[in-house]
Structure formats: C-alpha cells, structure tokens
Design a binder for this molecule. Structure first.
Ligand SMILES: [Fe+2]
Length: 258
C-alpha cells in the first residue's frame, strides 16, 4: 500500500480536504506530514484537528516553531498570520470562548511536541534540509556548479538513509545524482532503484509556489514515487482569508501559485 507524504498545508482546509479524499481513493496506509500544518491560512483549528487525528507523523516546521516560541524572521504577512493563528488555537480572546474551549484538545501543546525530523524505512523526513531540518531550503540546482554541489551532498551526506523527503520550498521536484526531475501531468511517477540517493521535495498542499495553484503531495509505493496535483476550491479559501482579516496578498498568491 502506498504511503502519502504531505507538507505545508498552511491552514488550507479546502486543499487538505481534496488531498485526504485522494488518499482515501488510493488506499494509503498512512499519511506523513513534513510540517507547516498551520500559518498563512484561515482554518488553523480544523486543520490542526485533522493533523492530530490522521497523520502518523507530523514534523516541526518553521511555522510550528514560530507558533510555539514566538521567534521567527517572518515577513509582516506571515507574522500577522502566525499571531492570529495562535489566538485561534487558544480558542480566541473572548472569555466565553475560552471557557468552552477547555475541553478541546490542547493544540498548542501538541504543536510544541513536534519533532524536527524522523528516520523511517530508510527515509529521512525533514521540513527543511538534512543540514537544518526546520529552516534550511532545498533549492533546485540552477547551474552546473549547484548541480555538482547537489551531487556532493547526495554522495557525501546522505549516510544512513537513501531518500530525504523535504517540504518548506513549496515546489515539487526530485534532486538525484543524474539531475533534477520535475513532475508534470504527463509524467508524474518515477522509479528509484534501491540504494539510489535523492531529495524528494513533495511541494505544498495549501500554498504551492511553482506557478501551479493546485495542491501538491507525493506517494511512495515500494520504489515508485508519484507526485499528485489536485484542483480545489481556491475561491472559498481566499474569501475566508479576507474575512479573517489576514492580508490580501495571502489570498491572491493562492490563485497564482506563487
Ligand atoms: Fe511552508
């Protein structure tokens, strides 16, 4: 049975819902999340509750870290959104709401307990990179020097695991020793023989940034990795972002996939 790997949901309930429906259709045995369940988006409570209930793994992303520590280097849009997210997860600032939320799961405590990485089945799971699992970005090599550096990384530093699944860059691709592979609708499944080293960047469920606004995630079934793109009701998410008082840029970018 395939395993689903998701990342960067960013409180986008509409995007997560279509991904969960696809996971059910595929019969995945478990869903592993690489972090950034919350931040930016309008449904942190509903999305957190799904993460708590359905994900077998859910890592510490930089937005979880900002949520629970208050420390970050975010731009103003992200900073406002994480403060708003914290207030929502606490049950709002209203005293009556707080009273009724006492029986709710302590979502902030759950987020504070997230691990920065997991090593499972010869796979390293991180939000960022193998060098800094929470903050660093895996960038797609853009010239021969960067391509060589990526090969060095894979050959020298992928020790004790073959594949590293990463999020954070919101862009689906695989960096392998023979080059960078970008999935597209006509070719979205790749076979990686045992022992082949690669970064598998699964893209973002709730805020893709590769100029394709559809939700992105991956599944792995033996040596086959499949990248999935799914359309969802972006207009509803955008309307909720504006209604919550979050910055309009956070709504606009969803429509463009940037
Ligand atoms: Fe993210």
């Amino acid at each position: 049975m395939p395993i689903a790997i998701v990342s960067d949901i960013h409180s986008n309930l509409e995007a997560l819902s279509v991904v969960l429906a696809k996971c059910d259709e595929l019969g995945v045995s478990e869903i592993r999340c690489l972090g950034d369940v919350i931040g930016y988006g309008p449904d942190p409570v509903a999305v957190a509750d799904i993460a708590i209930e359905r994900f077998s793994v859910s890592l510490m992303g930089n937005h979880e870290e900002a949520l629970v520590t208050g420390k970050h280097r975010f731009n103003p849009y992200a900073a406002q959104a994480i403060d708003w997210t914290r207030s929502q997860l606490r049950g709002g600032s209203n005293a009556i709401t707080k009273m009724f939320s006492r029986t709710a799961p302590d979502r902030l405590a759950w987020f504070s307990e997230r691990k920065p990485f997991e090593l499972l089945d010869n796979h390293l799971l991180v939000h960022g990179s193998i060098y800094d699992p929470v903050h660093d970005y895996v960038d797609e090599p853009e010239n021969p020097v960067e391509a060589e550096q990526m090969i060095e990384t894979l050959e020298r530093d992928f020790a004790g695991f073959d594949l590293c699944f990463a999020g954070h860059n919101h862009t689906p691709f695989m960096a392998t020793r023979i080059g960078t592979l970008f999935p597209h609708d006509a070719h979205n499944t790749f076979v990686l023989p045992k022992g082949h080293k690669a970064y598998v960047c699964v893209g973002s469920v709730g805020q893709p940034r590769d100029n394709d606004p559809r939700a992105s995630f991956a599944t792995i079934d033996g040596d086959r990795i499949t990248f999935h793109r799914l359309a969802y009701d972006i207009a509803t998410t955008q309307a909720k972002i504006l209604a919550a008082g979050l910055h309009e840029f956070l709504a606009e970018r969803l429509g463009e996939g940037i």
